[in-house]
Design a protein around this ligand. Structure first.
Ligand SMILES: Cc1cc2nc3c(=O)[nH]c(=O)nc-3n(C[C@H](O)[C@H](O)[C@H](O)COP(=O)(O)OP(=O)(O)OC[C@H]3O[C@@H](n4cnc5c(N)ncnc54)[C@H](O)[C@@H]3O)c2cc1C
Length: 532
């Protein structure tokens, strides 16, 4: 066990000069520490409310709280794990409870590793490559893997193109809430995953790691987004390759030669916006993709990525239906392939460029205008390989896009509405994010509010349509990337928790129980629905 060494003087800590991803300042003082359990114990003993922080990459509003809920505390302290340039590898027999924020251990024979809350998954995978082998991976793949911290990723229940929550490969999580740090496992992981730090602070996490096929590839196919049946046909066809068969810890993924670890949407609009600001080599590659869209008469790109034993040309061939010489009905003549190494880096820069641009625009205050208002969809759906169900889901999104475009055309002078669509299309987890951003000239507060309400009403209708279409088609709504806040949003959109599918309703109830049992020092940021 680590023992407390120094008494912390919380009253003399500086105010946190940290901002969330939306640019909003955290309302707290700041303590950066390598020993989370000790810092939390001292903060709770000194009657401080605790706001755990990680890489600060999460969505706008994650750190908000109501001031009346902290009036009984001596103050609010943001506790942040000390990061590091290079993780320190420690004795594999070290208990996970004792890990400092920058430490990790690998139990190679068991296929597991334990990692401190202040590391990123890029660092974790680099250590695995060095100490286990070049194809050993933790299957956590959110696009902010290089900036989000392990603790923050577990606390948000984040997932990337693979659409796997951290708990899919988690053995345990060590949590501190004032007493001795506790190792949670099994169903108890629900008390922390996706809970945003409302129940305690993640000290370290124990993950299973796996071996993936050696070569990484990307394949970009232009598609017509308005032809929902064609896109649905493609996704239903690709479904068998998108299921990840997890073997025993440390073993090779059980998917045969090729695993598709992402089917991601990039709209032509976002590609054009990206090209305006990008540098070479991403810019010229993106121009090539735009040209493919033009030749194919398409408005969207399906960006397929994966690991394989084969070269990208052979992968293309193996994915092709020999009878139609298409991939799920989509002609391959305008497809573009990317292979391992630098090409994949460029490919990722293009694929992630669109969301990045949309996020940045929503954060920046244009001259003479108000701070933009922005909202993005986040509802993850797992569907069977049934083109009809997938088409119904895609139609709901197409209707939302049409509504936003109509709204955009109806705005008074001084108000602009922009839509950017990007993100996850894998049938294993469909969640194509649709970000709407509203820009308004100074003084147009009332008009901005009216537009905001219209967008929110459209988004609410979209969520209800998605839940209906998914349930009717035998699919499953599994929540969203923000963990429990995504569940709360879905419940609000469909008229309350009682209308949620059974498993989500249970999860929300368990979340409420966990919040009720957590010290008020942590639970003050939880939404009203969960605080009872
Ligand atoms: C470029 C970019 C790409 C992104 N891509 C994805 C993506 O593909 N998928 C996705 O799901 N999200 C994505 N996100 C959102 C974000 O990266 C994730 O939500 C991430 O998990 C947040 O981690 P963080 O360390 O930055 O947490 P923070 O932003 O610091 O905190 C997030 C929340 O977790 C809590 N928290 C932080 N650390 C701890 C801890 N140690 N213990 C308990 N609670 C804690 C905080 O209180 C807060 O409520 C992206 C963001 C950006 C900017």
């Amino acid at each position: 066990m680590n023992t407390a060494t120094n008494a912390i003087d919380f009253a003399s800590l500086d105010r946190a000069q940290l901002r969330d991803d939306g640019g909003k300042l955290l309302e707290a003082s700041l303590l950066v520490t390598a020993d989370i359990a000790d810092a939390v114990a001292q903060a709770v003993a000194a009657n401080y409310a605790v706001m755990p922080t990680g890489g600060l990459t999460s969505a706008i509003g994650s750190f908000d709280y109501k001031t009346d809920l902290v009036s009984g505390f001596a103050g609010v302290v943001a506790i942040r794990p000390k990061g590091t340039i290079a993780p320190e590898l420690v004795d594999p027999l070290t208990p996970a409870e004792d890990l400092r924020t920058h430490q990790m251990l690998i139990r190679r024979d068991q296929g597991i590793l334990a990692v401190g809350a202040g590391l990123t998954f890029v660092q974790v995978n680099a250590m695995l490559a060095e100490h286990v082998g070049p194809n050993a991976r933790v299957l956590v793949d959110l696009t902010s893997v290089g900036s989000a911290y392990v603790g923050g990723v577990v606390a948000t229940g984040a997932m990337g193109p693979l659409r796997m929550r951290p708990s899919s490969t988690l053995e345990g999580v060590v949590v501190a809430d004032g007493g001795p740090p506790r190792l949670l496992a099994g169903d108890d992981l629900d008390q922390v995953e996706g809970m945003q730090g409302w129940t305690g602070m993640v000290v370290s996490a124990v993950f299973r790691f796996y071996e993936v096929p050696p070569a990484e590839f990307g394949l970009v196919l232009p598609v017509q987004g308005t032809d929902v049946d064609a896109v649905a046909g493609l996704l239903a066809y690709l479904e068998p390759w998108t299921r990840v068969n997890l073997p025993g810890a440390g073993c090779r993924l059980g998917n045969g030669d090729t695993v598709l670890n992402g089917v991601e949407l990039v709209s032509r609009d976002s590609l054009e916006a990206f090209i305006e600001h990008a540098q070479d080599p991403a810019r010229s590659k993106a121009q090539g993709l735009l040209q493919s869209c033009e030749y194919a008469g398409s408005d969207m790109l399906a960006c397929i990525t994966g690991w394989s034993e084969q070269s990208v040309d052979d992968v293309l061939f193996s994915l092709m239906d020999p009878e139609t010489e298409t991939i799920g009905g989509v002609m391959i003549e305008f497809g573009v392939g990317f292979s391992s190494g630098a090409e994949m880096e460029t490919f990722r820069a293009i694929r992630e460029g669109a969301p990045d641009m949309a996020r940045t625009k929503a954060r920046m205050v244009p001259e003479g205008r108000m701070k933009p208002w922005s909202t993005s969809t986040d509802i993850n759906i797992s569907v069977p390989p049934d083109a009809g169900t997938i088409a119904a889901i895609l139609t709901a999104y197409a209707d939302y896009r049409a509504l936003v475009r109509d709204l955009s055309g109806q705005q008074p002078a001084g108000i602009d509405v922009e839509l950017s669509a990007y993100g996850h299309l894998s049938p294993h987890g469909m969640d194509p994010h649709h970000r709407v951003t509203v820009f308004a000239d100074l003084g147009l507060d009332e008009q901005l509010d009216a537009t905001r309400q219209q967008v929110l009403a459209g988004k609410k209708a979209l969520i209800a349509d998605l839940v209906r279409a998914t349930t009717a088609g035998g699919g499953k709504v599994t929540g969203g990337e923000k963990g429990v806040p995504s569940l709360v949003e879905i419940a609000r959109a469909i008229g309350g928790e009682d209308n949620l599918p059974d498993d989500l309703r249970d999860r929300l109830r368990r979340a409420r129980q966990a919040v009720a049992q957590a010290p008020a020092n942590f639970s003050f940021r939880a939404p009203g629905e969960l605080r009872g």
